[in-house]
Design a protein around this ligand. Sequence first.
Ligand code: BYC
Ligand code: FE
Ligand code: FE
Length: 480
Amino acid sequence: MSDEAVDYDVLIPNNVGLARDPKMLRALETWYQGYHDWWMEMGPVGFQEADVWLRTAISVERDGWAKFSYVRMPEYRWGILLAPSEEDRVIPCGEHVGEPAWQSVPGEYRALLRRLIVVQGDTEPASVEQQRYLGKTAPSMYDMRNLFQVNVEEGRHLWAMVYLLQKHFGRDGREEAEVLLQRRSGDDDRPRILGAFNQETPDWLSFFLFTYFTDRDGKMQLEALAQSGFDPLSRTCRFMLAEEAHHMFVGATGVGRIVKRTAQAMAEAGIDDPFDTEAVRALGVIDLPLIQRKLNLHFSITLDLFGAEESTNAADAFTAGIKGRFHETEIDDDHRLHDAVYPIMTLDDGRLEQVEVPALKSLNARLRDDFVDDCGGGMRRWNREIRDSGIDFELALPHIAFNRDIGAFADGHITPDGRVIDEAAWNAERDAWLPVADDQAFLDELMSPVHEPGEFASWIAAPQKGISGKPIEFEYVRLP
Ligand code: BYC
Ligand code: FE
Ligand code: FE
């Protein structure tokens, strides 16, 4: 299959030859109307008229895939871009390992594949809905621009999945594409599919933790789907991963800049007790224990997104060859896993225990373990910032069993350091581990918008550098 250049002078920029496929083009143009309506109704509130310094994907080549310009978000070009095809690519895992990758949907796995694409697609608009009010409290124009960049790219990720549904799944694909525009994050009647995507993202600390942890689930799931034997899905996920890197950059640097500002302000004021909340908050910065409580919340909610530790769905998807493991092709084994085992943690009779279970059934746990590893880097940088300011405090990931709603620990009560306790003890201590109403009231009060280019709210440090070679004081968003 030959790869083609991206036609950028059309409503839907693409490298999938839409111009030669009038039927598909018409279907997508029709869907575009509904998408545009959804964006106006559920996209960023209050800034649809602003000119935003956005990057737009215009190519899939490694260097130069994006261009930067002022764009009004409703006029953003949401393109359909597949990463270059790999010559002679084969199915990397499962019963069909080594056979040529599928270019069309394998009939026997149609329902399973469609379900994965719909679940992936559903998270993308959900996150835009969750973040729609944040523009109003942006701590700087730089941060506001990053928020909107993430938002338009999540919109593009929805396009990526909708293209697969429309192109490869006929009538039920078109129906699913419609329904993706109808579900709403947090709605009682038509909620988004996965738990984390029905939660609120009420403030910027949550936004940065969300992009650090939850977008990283996005990265891990996209890595696993990039290993799909269904080649169009693999190619689309490979290109999405290029954008995902920026989302996690926003999270990692955002939390880092908050931590840095807090540590600086404490050092300047001569406060060395991180738990002297009143004194720290009086400086107009966010106390470290509150950051830890929010981190506990976002980490545990995100772990739920990996599904149950033991899952026949996961085994079926792997065996079918439609979802692989993280870096599947680099793993040195038979890629079938008939007899392999994998150690997982379980909660048995009130005790947390490591047990060996069939590797095929525990693929969700394995991907989650890879995710936890991947979370380490940013954490270490944040802690260096705190240590260098001479403050005795360390941010830590809570135990994987803490505060879980899905999987082996859902019925237990486990502390952040991994002790199993009873419900009464949990209720007594919960407020030390998870955000409380008073925390949210403080953040709501603290976060008022800063619109002067180059200036930053009291609770966050300036970034190291600007975007696309522009200075930090560049006017990243021009308000009408
Ligand atoms: N909430 O067999 P199990 C992203 C359901 S994020 C509610 O363990 P499975 C992004 C499950 O659906 C990445 N329900 O599950 C980030 C199943 O229901 P059915 C999104 C849940 O199938 C930030 C039942 O429980 N992509 O891109 O092995 C911003 C049994 O569970 C949840 C994907 O997730 C939950 N948390 O694994 C923007 C990749 N967990 O089918 C975007 C595609 C489980 O019996 N999805 N259930 O009715 C998948 O690979 C799988 O669907 C999951 C679940 C890993 C999510
Ligand atoms: Fe995404
Ligand atoms: Fe993302």
